[in-house]
Design a protein around this ligand. Sequence first.
Ligand SMILES: C[S@@+](CC[C@H](N)C(=O)[O-])C[C@H]1O[C@@H](n2cnc3c(N)ncnc32)[C@H](O)[C@@H]1O
Length: 256
Amino acid sequence: MAAQLHALWPGPARRYLEPFVGGGSMLPGRPCAAAVAGDLQAELVALWEAIRDRPDGVADHYARCWHDRAARGAVVYDEVRARFNADRDGLDLLVLTRWCVNGLVRFNRQGAFNNSLHHTRPGIHPDRLTAVLGAWSRAVADVTFVAGDYRATLADAGPGDVVFLDPPYRHTRGRYQAEGFDPDGLFATLDRLSSRGVPWILTWDGRAGDRTYPGGVPTELFAGRLALTTGHSPFPRLMKTSLDPVAESVFTSFAL
Ligand SMILES: C[S@@+](CC[C@H](N)C(=O)[O-])C[C@H]1O[C@@H](n2cnc3c(N)ncnc32)[C@H](O)[C@@H]1O
């Protein structure tokens, strides 16, 4: 979807702001090099900074864990997870996300990572990951990463900036973080961006099969809206039931 979404920007940009950066799939195709990317998950932001500044160190850490697991087995996953939950090191978060069941990032109410090991998969080979990390390091060389709430990341947004927002869906309470996500704060932020003349694109509610996830974005807040078909939901696929086509709703501050 990234290319389709970036094709929507109404004009050139001097700075790209992305306050819910997550796995960063929008970053490589962003409309200008200068960028600020934020996330509430501080360990994820630390991982992004490490990938940008010392990809070889990240690759070495992963390779050590991978070879340790090859030698000693599943217990290594438990050790990495316990260490992450104690020390909150972003490099261990990378290992967990590569090895956990279906790559699903889950935290319990206490904020501890609680997904378990995907026993039947060895995890990406270190040689392959080293190449991937090198490519990402180059792609995010000009990105400033910040840990914090999206409102702080957007505090100084002004003319020349463009903003892409991919917040947690309303129905994903607890999937990324223990507390839910307050949509009213998001709506107020969108309104403020528009009043400062900052173009924004929001992906939020959507449709999977016959289930709809209405985000309820107030109609006066956006000027453009479209539905992008994004493929198939991983959740029924995991349950080995039908393949549900997924459409993502896209809202824009400008007319399309
Ligand atoms: C739907 S994901 C973003 C996925 C991203 N587009 C990608 O390519 O991977 C939402 C992200 O928002 C973060 N998040 C949740 N609440 C937040 C908040 N209040 N402020 C900033 N980030 C938040 C989560 O940690 C998660 O990484």
